[in-house]
Design a protein around this ligand. Sequence first.
Ligand SMILES: C[S@@+](CC[C@H](N)C(=O)[O-])C[C@H]1O[C@@H](n2cnc3c(N)ncnc32)[C@H](O)[C@@H]1O
Length: 198
Amino acid sequence: MQPAPASGPELPAAVGATYARAERHGFMLSCEPAVGRLLATLAASVPAGGRILEMGTGIGVGTSWIVHGVGARDDVQVVTVDLDEQASAIAREASWPAWVTLRVGDVLAVLDELGRFDLIFADAQGGKWTGLDRTIAALRPGGLLLVDDMTPPRWMDDAHERHTARVRATLLSHPDLVSSELACGSGMILCARRRAPR
Ligand SMILES: C[S@@+](CC[C@H](N)C(=O)[O-])C[C@H]1O[C@@H](n2cnc3c(N)ncnc32)[C@H](O)[C@@H]1O
């Protein structure tokens, strides 16, 4: 969660345009490039018929990294949900592939109807600070869960620090997950949901 370059040779053009849109609208919560680049890498690896969920669209920066990762495939579904109507409206101003669905609402209120996913970027308080167990349950076997902002430069308040510590403890000790901490950018945890033994 820090200002990112709006352009530069290291950013795909569409991603750079989305950072620029976020900057124009004063939206400061977009994922940083180190997180986005990993997100794109994971999105590129989803299996045929893959499904990707982003919890918290913001202005669409994370979504644009996911779209960059999926590339020219058209067998993948991407769903991104945000409860902030204004942010979602700005995100919808961009042109997205037909396989991207932007929804407005509390992601936890719609999670059950969304189904299960090969990749989830849990980047909203709903689904991360609250309802994390439901987010984990929404992973397909072998599915990947990414969270960022685990080691931010400063805590907003005590609750922020407490919630983050609880998320970390849950992800690192969950019996259905194999998790790894990545000391990169704002601090990430990447988790894979275990497959059932054959
Ligand atoms: C960190 S920003 C998301 C940034 C975006 N993923 C990106 O990488 O550009 C968090 C967003 O989550 C949204 N949010 C918070 N609680 C939510 C909930 N329960 N359901 C859906 N969105 C939520 C906020 O409105 C905010 O736009």
